[in-house]
Design a protein around this ligand. Structure first.
Ligand code: ADP
Ligand code: SF4
Length: 586
């Protein structure tokens, strides 16, 4: 089976001279395989196309993708948006009493699948030109576990609760007190307060939505979904902006939802969280923006390991020709002569918060992971290093320049990505800039997109590029993994690693994806403490720092025997107790 996908936004036949049409062999032989609509956009007749791929190679805007797929997939087509567009094959199956995860790259069809499962999108089974009757959809799933689900869904018998991906948008959609928003869902105040307390946001719900941090907004959104009495609960990226112990706590709370009559479906890119949270995983593979295939359900451990390996044994499908490697680079040998910055103990006091920083130093060419729960002063520390804030006690002689990527990014501009980057740096257009920034962050594809139209993951990549484009001694990246898929997380990690190797600089990285931190950090600074009072330790060796942090948080991790990735132990399990006894938390 052949599929031709055309990105209509990129196709511009007025300025390319219709090269696809000129070179297409069937067209040259007199078959109208490619035609142009009134707007001058190409469309390809897939039944006449021979799949040679010449048009895709010739198109100067990279607007065309031609893929040859096995014929049997055609039987499993669930949805196609329109002619020459993305299509989704096969389907994730929610299971009563289980948490089912969907794991895959951005643009591979996870949201399409969730929209279908939640009744927001009617699956057309590939017939994008005609209306599909309920009966046809129900019949399509006959003999599968999804049959009963779709029968109930299309008869309006399924109550749905949905936690959206972009919690940063909530304050733009609702104004006013958080509690007022929650009361629209549940009018029992005591119940709201009880659940808010479990999630650690009992104070946040009394505040205005626009005053909340990303981590608080995430938990408010989760609380809102939990309060809804539903048959199926969807959680789209519940980990973003939460710290590691919050991730584990939320995973436990979501898991407590399940009973014999409820379905829970989760999309998540933090593999530690996904592993801890789900019972079963569907891998969603394919080519982003072109097609997506959903695998059979696998148990969580096997599913994640198969995803890392790029190979699903049971289905004999290789969907990636390389393995995702989270292995650490050889540990950096610190050169004492390359000290970039050192500081003695200092203190910073705010009205309700005090941070005690212990002495430390940072060297050129190292990546220091900044670890610790939310609200322990990590950003305050960075702002002091940058000279933006002064310590209350002690002082720091810092003449260094810091380039900073904040955690939440909003660039609401009419400018295109290319215009934005061009204005930002004179290096734009040089070979070095291409190699260091544009190619590894895959920005070329975004050049003509307006900043205000970028998805969360695209905006993240632009913001990382912006931070690394500035001249500085220390680059501080706050949660660069948010909204990126696993492949993109590895890519940005490699970009940062290569960047620091070539410059006389250091990188400080605040992130809560344990695999990203594990992979990137040469050393770590740990922030720890109780409400309103925190301290730092380090920089220390990564293993020692992680051990110290998790001892403080009372969480233990083991290594997966196949992939070496860190896996959180269930509290009270044999491994958890054994490791705690030995003091091996990480
Ligand atoms: P994911 O959730 O895995 O990131 P999506 O399901 O959002 O993936 O998108 C899969 C593909 O479907 C994307 O390439 C997107 O451009 C395309 N797509 C999504 N919605 C539409 C639509 N309404 N019309 C045409 N294409 C769409
Ligand atoms: Fe024509 Fe080949 Fe493109 Fe198909 S892939 S439309 S046959 S040029």
């Amino acid at each position: 089976m052949r599929i031709a996908v055309i990105d209509k936004k990129k196709c511009n036949s007025v300025s390319c001279g219709k090269v696809c049409y000129k070179y297409c062999p069937p067209v040259r032989g007199g078959k109208e395989t490619i035609i142009f609509d009134k707007q001058g956009k190409a469309t390809i007749n897939e039944s006449l196309c021979i799949g040679c791929g010449i048009c895709a190679k010739k198109c100067p805007f990279e607007a065309i993708t031609i893929v040859n797929l096995p014929e049997e997939l055609n039987e499993g087509i669930i949805h196609q948006y329109c002619k020459n567009s993305f299509r989704l094959f096969k389907f994730p199956i929610p299971k009563k009493g289980k948490v089912v995860g969907i794991l895959g790259q951005n643009g591979i069809g996870k949201t399409t699948a969730i929209n279908i499962l939640s009744g927001n999108l009617r699956p057309n089974l590939g017939n994008y030109e005609k209306k599909i009757e309920d009966k046809e959809v129900i019949n399509f799933f006959k003999g599968t576990e999804a049959h009963e689900y779709f029968k109930n869904l299309l008869n309006n018998k399924v109550k749905i609760s949905y936690k959206p991906q972009y919690v940063d948008l909530i304050p733009k959609q609702f104004h006013g007190k958080t509690m007022d928003l929650l009361k629209k869902i549940e009018n029992n105040n005591d119940l709201i307060l009880k659940k808010a307390k479990e999630l650690g946001i009992e104070n946040a719900i009394r505040r205005d939505l626009k005053e909340l941090s990303g981590g608080e907004l995430q938990r408010v959104a989760i609380l809102a979904s939990l309060l809804k009495e539903a048959d199926i609960y969807f959680f789209d990226e519940p980990a973003s902006y939460l710290d590691i112990s919050q991730r584990i706590k939320i995973a436990k709370i979501i898991r407590s939802l399940i009973d014999d009559n409820k379905y829970v479906v989760v999309v998540e890119h933090d593999l530690m969280m996904l592993d801890y949270l789900t019972d079963l995983i569907h891998i969603n593979y394919g080519k982003p923006g072109v097609f997506g295939v959903v695998s059979q359900p696998l148990n969580s451990r096997d599913g994640i390991n198969a995803y890392i390996k790029g190979y699903i044994t049971g289905e004999n499908v290789r969907f990636r020709d390389y393995e995702l490697k989270f292995e650490k680079y050889a540990s950096l040998k610190i050169d004492e002569n390359l000290k970039l910055l050192e500081w003695n103990d200092f203190e910073k006091k705010f009205a309700n918060f005090v941070l005690n920083v212990k002495k430390g130093e940072i060297y050129q060419k190292e990546i220091v992971g900044v670890l610790g729960p939310n609200a322990t002063g990590k950003t305050t520390f960075a702002r002091i290093l940058a000279g933006e804030l002064k310590p209350t006690k002690g002082k720091i002689d810092s003449k260094i320049k810091i380039s900073y990527k904040p955690q939440y990014i909003t660039i609401e501009s009419e400018e295109t990505v290319m215009e934005y980057l061009q204005k930002l740096t004179k290096k734009f257009g040089t070979e070095k800039y291409e190699l260091e920034i544009i190619n590894p962050l895959m920005l070329r594809n975004l050049f003509n997109k307006k900043l205000k139209n970028l998805s969360g993951g695209e905006l993240q990549r632009v913001a990382i590029a912006e931070c690394l484009s500035k001249e500085a001694d220390i680059y501080l990246l706050d949660e660069p993994s948010a909204h990126l898929d696993v492949e993109q997380r590895i890519r940005i990690a490699k970009t940062i690693r290569n960047f620091v190797k070539k410059r006389e600089c250091a990188v400080l990285i605040i992130d809560h994806d344990l695999m990203v931190l594990d992979y990137l950090s040469d050393r770590v600074i740990v922030f720890y403490g109780l409400q309103g009072k925190s301290e730092t330790k380090g920089p220390l060796e990564t293993k020692e720092g992680m051990n110290f942090l998790f001892k403080n948080l009372e969480i233990t991790f083991r290594r997966d025997s196949t992939t070496n990735r860190p896996r959180a132990n269930k509290p009270g399990s044999v491994k958890d107790r054994e490791q705690k006894k030995k003091g091996e938390f990480y």
